[in-house]
Write a new protein. Structure first.
Length: 65
């Protein structure tokens, strides 16, 4: 779905970093370097961004019941 606002592990706000992260990953930058550059240092937050699959566009194709 959409990226979580805060990290589930530590509570650090990470939602605002997603757009920048995605843009830089799509430009073939190294994911680890991007996360470090964005100030995401704890492994819980890094895992939250690295493991996120943005499914909102697929989900919105279906109508509500
Ligand atoms: Zn965290």
């Amino acid at each position: 779905m959409i990226i979580m606002i805060r990290c589930f592990g530590c509570g650090k706000p990470i939602g605002h970093l997603w757009e920048d992260y995605k843009k830089r990953i799509d430009a073939k930058e190294d994911a680890g370097a991007v996360l470090t550059d964005l100030g995401v240092e704890r492994y819980c937050c890094r895992a939250a961004l690295l493991g996120h699959a943005d499914m909102i566009h697929e989900v919105t194709k279906f109508k509500k019941a």
